[in-house]
Design a protein around this ligand. Structure first.
Ligand SMILES: [Zn+2]
Length: 320
């Protein structure tokens, strides 16, 4: 009877849970991420969170989702913007040494997409794409029944596809990439600019740092025309990207997750319309565009499922 653990490492929190099936898990343990204290402190915090989740049992295998580009085969994180000192950090071997079990690492959005594929909106498909749109825009590609990582291990960075060079840059400085227009960060920035320019909007009643993606979403729902325009622009960009992905991959389904999907039809209406601007009719007709199903649990579910895939079926199983 083996004890397999999934860990979701975020910029602010660590969550760990024991696998109870192929993608189900026991109640998770939580800990704050000491992201500014260097890799050793974060590894220590992860180890304590894992030990608590394991409840005294020997851990046989661990999979962890990490917020940054990385190489899952070599176990090396190239960079993690929210974690100081993680450039070219050999995360898998550091965790293996500290915890004393086999460790696999993967990008957090890739594992969230893997979770949606095995347990959420992509169940039963062979070719599936996941896009998460919240503070940033990330994603995952399931191609021919496998999570695709590419040569470097970093594939699936859907947020940084080029859309239009005259659009604003993302935080990485790419002119006109998807994240520069369709992330919560980009939506908030557009709204602050509109307020600064003196446009007539209810958002001008808020302090500038209170204008975030959620506030723009709320204002759009209340019928604020400036907020609606900004949100529709973001949704249209996402839809154009979805259309391009359909042309490239012809997947059976594309699931959209992340905080932006709380906008419902405000997002999906213009998004679906924009897919039609870009996608060829035949692959578009055969691709479902759906909401992701697992919400904020996707990262942990994906890590658990990746641990089970990597280290064998956990037991006692049966409910996965
Ligand atoms: Zn970018």
């Amino acid at each position: 009877m083996s004890t397999l653990i999934g860990v979701d490492l975020g910029g602010t929190n660590i969550r760990a849970a024991v696998a109870t099936g192929t993608y189900t898990h026991a109640a998770p343990t939580h800990s704050a991420t000491p992201g500014q204290d260097g890799p050793a402190a974060v590894v220590e915090a992860i180890a304590r969170c894992v030990a608590e989740a394991a409840g005294g049992r020997q851990v046989d295998g661990l999979a962890i989702g990490i917020p940054g580009p990385l190489d899952p085969r070599r176990g090396i994180v190239y960079a993690a913007p929210q974690l100081r000192g993680w450039d070219n950090f050999e995360a898998a071997s550091a965790l293996r040494s500290r915890i004393g079990c086999e460790v696999v690492i993967h990008n957090d959005a890739n594992l969230a997409g893997y979770a949606e594929w095995v347990a959420g909106a992509g169940r039963g498909t062979t070719d599936f794409i996941f896009i998460t749109a919240s503070t940033g825009v990330g994603g995952a590609l399931i191609i021919s029944g496998d999570l695709y990582a590419g040569k470097s291990g970093t594939a699936g960075e859907i947020g940084h596809m080029p859309l239009s060079p005259d659009q604003p840059p993302c935080g990485e400085g790419h002119p006109g990439c998807l994240e520069g227009t369709a992330s919560g960060t980009a939506i908030a920035r557009s709204a602050r600019r509109a307020v600064e320019a003196g446009e007539f909007t209810s958002l001008s009643e808020l302090a500038p740092d209170a204008i975030d993606g959620r506030a723009v979403q709320d204002a759009a729902h209340a019928g604020d025309e400036v907020a609606l325009r900004i949100f529709t622009t973001a949704a249209r960009s996402l839809g154009r990207a979805v259309g391009g992905l359909i042309n490239l991959f012809s997947p059976e389904a594309i699931a959209i997750g992340g905080g932006l999907i709380n906008a419902g039809e405000l997002l999906f209406g213009p998004l679906r319309a924009a897919v039609g601007e870009m996608a060829f009719a035949v692959p578009a007709e055969q691709c479902r565009i759906v909401e992701a199903e697992l919400g904020t649990d996707a990262g942990l579910v994906g890590a658990v499922a990746w641990a089970v895939k990597s280290f064998g079926q956990s037991s006692p199983a049966g409910n996965g």
